[in-house]
Design a protein around this ligand. Structure first.
Ligand SMILES: [Zn+2]
Length: 169
C-alpha cells in the first residue's frame, strides 16, 4: 500500500477530534461542497481506515498510561510515611544522667529536671535521599518568620481519590 497522502492523514487526525467525517473533511481544507458524500468516500479508503485504527489504538494506550500515572502518584502520596520527612526525637535533657552514643540516649527516668520526659527535637530529613513515596508526599518548604515549615501533600485526600477510582464512591 502506498503511504497515505498528507491531506488524507490530516483528514484522519481531524476525524479523531470529534468522529464527524463531514466536519473533519471541511477542516482538512477541502471544498465545503458535498462534504458529506466526499467524506464518506474518504472513510472507505483502506489507507484512511488503517490510519484511523492506528490513531485510536494510540489514543487508548495514552489514556491508559495517563490513568495509570495518576493512580501511581496518588498511591505514592496515600501510602507515604510522613515520618520519613520529619521526625520528633525525644532526647535526654541536659540534666539527665546518660551514657553511650548520643543517638541511642534516652531520657533518664530519675531526672528531677525533666521528670524523665527529656526534651524533644524536630529533625527534617535530607530530601535528596527520600524514597519515591517520600518524595511524592513532599510538597516543598516555606520559609516563615519562625523557621522552616514543611509542606506535605494531603495523603488522606489521595486515599479518598483512590477509593473513588476503585470503588466508585
Ligand atoms: Zn532530664
Amino acid at each position: 500500500m502506498k503511504p497515505i497522502s498528507a491531506k488524507h492523514a490530516r483528514f484522519c487526525l481531524e476525524y479523531m477530534r470529534d468522529g464527524n467525517a463531514a466536519a473533519a473533511y471541511r477542516r482538512s481544507g477541502y471544498a465545503v461542497k458535498n462534504a458529506d458524500v466526499n467524506a464518506c468516500r474518504l472513510m472507505k479508503r483502506d489507507d484512511v481506515k488503517v490510519l484511523i485504527v492506528e490513531l485510536r489504538q494510540e489514543v487508548s494506550v495514552n489514556l491508559k498510561l495517563t490513568a495509570q500515572d495518576i493512580i501511581n502518584k496518588l498511591t505514592d502520596i496515600a501510602f507515604a510515611d510522613a515520618a520519613e520527612l520529619a521526625q520528633i526525637k525525644v532526647l535526654p535533657c541536659k540534666f539527665c544522667e546518660t551514657d553511650g552514643p548520643i543517638r541511642d540516649q534516652q531520657p533518664d527516668p530519675t531526672c528531677r529536671e525533666c521528670d524523665g520526659l527529656g526534651r524533644y527535637t524536630v529533625y527534617y530529613a535530607d530530601t535528596r535521599y527520600l524514597s519515591r513515596r517520600g518524595k511524592a508526599l513532599f510538597a516543598g518548604v516555606e520559609q516563615t518568620r519562625s523557621g522552616v515549615k514543611l509542606r506535605l501533600h494531603n495523603s488522606m485526600k489521595a486515599l479518598d481519590m483512590l477509593v473513588r477510582i476503585y470503588f466508585g464512591r
